[in-house]
Write a protein that binds this ligand. Structure first.
Ligand SMILES: C[S@@+](CC[C@H](N)C(=O)[O-])C[C@H]1O[C@@H](n2cnc3c(N)ncnc32)[C@H](O)[C@@H]1O
Length: 176
């Protein structure tokens, strides 16, 4: 191993090599796939499917701005930032990719309404029951549906989200 590099550089190299060894195939259900992808994109913002502006009428109708919101599989999307600009006061963002969480944490370090934590949506035992008023997912259930044990992963995700709240908003392209 080359001397003088910090832990982060070593981790980035490990992730890139691991993705290469796996043939560079597309596997949305695999955390290493997402780590490699976010490294490659270098922190560029990207919203899957729709930006907040398009979803706003629906979100504002069901989610008061005072809600404690949990955004699962946040990725590098601008959705949470746009919601804060629209008046939302508390959004906890989680993602299985430690790479994107670190990027987002740095980007929004001075935005007190936004928090970021690395976490698997299938095991959110870190949060006690009913910690949030609403869970929003845009594209994460889709990702799990592309992974191994898709029905089990989807059931675990729904069960974990149900434990948190009464209101779940899903934006997906798969039907389950
Ligand atoms: C299709 S992207 C959607 C990103 C973002 N929500 C958006 O709308 O642009 C799916 C996201 O889910 C994350 N993800 C995949 N599996 C996950 C899991 N088991 N737990 C938490 N996040 C996961 C990925 O890292 C990725 O950021």
């Amino acid at each position: 191993m080359e001397r003088g590099r910090n832990n982060e550089e070593e981790k980035e190299e490990d992730v890139a090599v691991s993705a290469q060894q796996r043939g560079g195939g597309c596997n949305y259900g695999d955390a290493l796939y997402w780590d490699a992808r976010y490294l490659e994109e270098g922190g560029a913002a990207f919203d899957w499917y729709q930006r907040y502006a398009a979803l706003r009428p629906f979100v504002r109708k069901f989610v008061p701005t005072s809600s404690r919101v949990l955004m699962v599989g946040c990725g590098s999307a601008l959705m949470s930032e746009d919601m804060v600009k629209d008046g939302y006061v508390e959004i906890m963002n989680i993602d299985v990719s430690s790479i994107v969480i670190e990027m987002m944490r740095r980007k929004y370090v001075s935005v007190r309404q936004l928090k970021y934590m690395q976490m698997d949506v299938r095991d959110m035992s870190f949060f006690s029951d009913e910690s949030f008023d609403c869970v929003i997912d845009k594209g994460t259930l889709d990702s799990l549906m592309c992974g191994p044990d898709a029905p089990l992963s989807a059931a675990q995700m729904i069960q974990e989200m149900n434990r948190q709240v009464n209101l779940i908003l899903l934006a997906q392209s798969h039907s389950i």
